[in-house]
Design a protein around this ligand. Structure first.
Ligand SMILES: [Zn+2]
Length: 174
């Protein structure tokens, strides 16, 4: 089922998510979120973005999005799409600055600095605890989506001037 995506300005994007137990209903929600994400040509989507408050996000970053062969090979060890219930970044290292976008702020983007490698702990769609260590653009996506679950948007990481520029552009495109 295609879900409606909450846009910048919606209060629903600012609520912290609540931890959940993995239920068939939430697994079905995750499937709809994936469907919605693929249709919108996104690489990640958090439950907040479809008006929900569960700690759940989905991610599918094609390996072709990664800058170098080493990162591609490293991330290939992690099976995607990722369905992450109650995700928490447990370790982060390095730094990377690159362009980021968000389905809740359509058609705009901006540079954000993120860790270059993160380890995320989560429950999978079967409710089994898992850990994944990822790098590059996939690490960026994990940071971006776990931020959504805290009510944080990527523009919050930008300096005021850059953020204003993005928001102005966003309002122009409306
Ligand atoms: Zn987003």
């Amino acid at each position: 089922m295609i879900l409606e995506i909450e846009k910048y300005g919606s209060e629903k994007l600012r609520r912290p998510a609540r931890k959940v137990a993995v239920t068939p209903e939430l697994v079905a929600l995750a499937e709809s979120m994936l469907e919605t994400m693929y249709k919108a040509k996104g690489v990640g989507l958090a439950a907040e973005q479809v008006g929900r408050d569960e700690a759940l996000c989905v991610i599918d970053v094609p390996l072709s999005c990664e800058d170098d062969e080493e990162t591609k090979a490293f991330n290939a060890r992690t099976t995607q799409p990722l369905v992450l219930f109650n995700p928490e970044i447990v370790t982060a290292s390095g730094e990377q600055t690159g362009r980021e976008g968000c389905l809740s702020l359509p058609n705009v983007g901006g540079d954000v600095t993120r860790p270059s490698e993160v380890t995320v702990q989560y429950l999978d769609a079967k409710g089994v605890p898992q850990m994944a260590t990822v790098r590059g653009f996939l690490a960026r996506a994990v940071c971006h989506e776990t931020d959504h679950l805290k009510g944080i948007l990527y523009v919050d990481h930008m300096d005021e001037k850059s953020r204003e520029k993005v928001i102005k552009k966003l309002q122009k495109k409306k």
